[in-house]
Ligand binder design. Structure first.
Ligand code: BES
Ligand code: MN
Ligand code: ZN
Length: 492
């Protein structure tokens, strides 16, 4: 069920849609200037009910024939001076769900009078993302819910920029793909299945795609990935997708996006608890966001070359599984001792970032559901960043903020690296009790071959157990918007 988006110029009040969305600001008329249509009854009723147009607040009012639309949905933007992209995403996202709950199939949405291209893009993102649903494992009526919005008209005071709509749709499509991947069960996304999925995405988007299977990984010396995968009946894969700008010679630089793609993390022989294991189908959230971003990159066409890399492996306990205390020689020749088989993410990423450096990346950004320690430090609210290049970190933080996604940097002082010493190998994969999110990141940094690098720990942020204004329960597609904004800025 594809959502149709169209544009109109003028006042949406007279639109013949099932629901009309009108933006309102905190501290101003809560009825959005439509009080006159309701005999002066609407504003006081809304005020009495406590609706104040706060950021992300939405309320639906039946119109009883006062307007062509059956429902009037008021979308709160908060105070006028504080309106940013995130306020728009939340307000229109919350509002369109109210419209859907009211049974609306068609929606007319009035844009704020001053909405520019960035605002329109954010609104399209909010509308599309809020309507996301995952029904793959439902049957009957639940598989195709009766309440569904099929078409949205965007009404602008001036002509609505088409490019902004297309960009917003591309971004939302990338986020939705990442959500689908995370929500899919591990039995349907084994490493070979992930590789096939990525190949389909690449073919449809017009991206180059290369898959290294187990034999090729062995021949190439990708021992860290192979070691993680060897406890599973499903073979590991390394997937590489490449986007080249339309005028290839003009590429400003090459950015590699590397996603941890553990299709299920049981912990291995250092087995997780039942509670800790239950959510571990989401341990490929990094790879999901990379694949989602790559699909959107093909539509956004930034002026940089982008290499997307997924390290698909399943971490299982078995007679062929890796052992704690085993020593592995990674792709770049460094040896490390396995401190705990549940620290598998940094292992697959070690080989993958070396692969990225050798593939010609000028800078490397890795995304990983890497540590429980990140959850303790920042919760699900923010993503943790660890890097070796302040300029890259600063650029990414700015892009994430512009995209409405929260990222917070962690320190990387040398003392933390000392925690990764091993008695018998170059490194140990675990760094002991303290600063777990930092030492995990710094371990990956040992394999980037001196390239500018930024690690994003998305543990706890790749999936949510709470419905948000435009993010339903399940996979979130975290960092897809930040990555895309970063790549667009880098190519300007
Ligand atoms: N995939 C987990 C991290 C994780 C935990 C992500 C909870 C999302 C929610 C990772 O592979 C892991 O198990 N990390 C261990 C590392 C430890 C053994 C050094 C952890 O954080 O406990
Ligand atoms: Mn683990
Ligand atoms: Zn893991």
């Amino acid at each position: 069920m594809a959502l149709t988006l169209s544009t109109r110029t003028g006042d949406a009040t007279g639109a013949t849609a099932d629901a009309l969305i009108v933006p309102v600001h905190a501290g101003e008329d809560p009825a959005g200037g439509l009080d006159g249509r309701f005999d002066g009854q609407l504003a006081p009723t809304l005020a009495a009910a406590g609706f104040a147009g706060k950021r992300g607040e939405a309320t639906a009012v039946p119109t009883f024939g006062r307007l062509p639309a059956r429902w009037l949905v008021l979308a709160g933007l908060g105070a006028r001076e504080g309106v940013d992209g995130e306020a728009l995403r939340r307000a229109y996202g919350a509002a369109v769900k109210r419209a859907r709950d009211g049974g609306a199939r068609t929606v007319a949405a009035q844009l704020p009078a001053d909405a520019g291209a960035d605002a329109v893009r954010a609104i399209v993102e909010g509308l599309s993302l809020a309507l996301y649903r995952f029904t793959r494992y439902k049957t009957g009526e639940a598989a195709t819910p009766a309440k569904a919005v099929a078409a949205i008209e965007l009404w602008g005071a001036a002509e609505v920029p088409q490019d902004a709509i297309e960009r917003g749709r591309a971004v939302a499509g990338g986020v939705a793909l990442a959500r689908d991947l995370v929500n899919t069960i591990s039995d349907d996304k084994t490493p070979p299945q992930i590789a096939e999925w990525a190949r389909r995405v690449a073919d449809e988007a017009g991206l180059a795609c290369r898959v290294l299977d187990r034999a090729q990984l062995a021949a190439g010396g990708y021992n860290a990935i192979l070691t993680v995968g060897k406890g599973s009946a499903a073979e590991p894969r390394l997937v590489e997708l490449t986007y080249t700008p339309p005028d290839g010679a003009a590429a400003a630089k090459t950015v590699a996006l590397v996603g941890k793609t553990i299709t299920f993390d049981s912990g291995g022989l250092d087995l997780k608890t039942a509670e800790g294991m239950y959510t571990m189908k989401t341990d490929m959230g990094g790879g999901a966001s990379v694949l989602g971003a790559m699909q959107a990159v093909a539509a956004l066409r930034p002026g940089v070359k982008v290499i997307g890399i997924l390290t698909a492996a399943e971490n299982m306990p078995s007679g062929t599984a890796m052992r704690p205390s085993d020593v592995v020689t990674a792709l770049n020749g460094k040896t490390f001792e396995i401190g705990n088989t549940d620290a598998e993410g940094r292992m697959v990423l070690a080989d993958a970032v070396t692969h990225a450096a050798r593939a010609g990346a000028d800078e490397i950004i890795d995304l990983a559901t890497l540590t429980g320690a990140k959850m303790v430090a920042l919760g699900a609210t923010a993503v943790a960043a660890v890097g070796n290049d302040q300029a890259l970190t600063d650029r990414f933080l700015a892009a994430a903020a512009a995209a409405g996604e929260r990222v917070w940097p962690l320190p990387t002082w040398d003392e933390y690296k000392d925690q990764l010493k091993s008695d018998i190998a170059d490194l140990k994969s675990t760094g002991g009790r303290g600063a777990g999110a930092i030492t995990a990141g710094l371990f990956i940094g040992e394999f980037v071959e001196g390239k500018p690098w930024l690690h994003l720990d998305i543990a706890g942020s790749a999936a949510t157990d709470q419905d948000g204004p435009y993010t339903p329960k399940g996979g979130t597609g975290v960092m897809v918007r930040a990555l895309l904004r970063y790549l667009e800025d880098a190519g300007r």
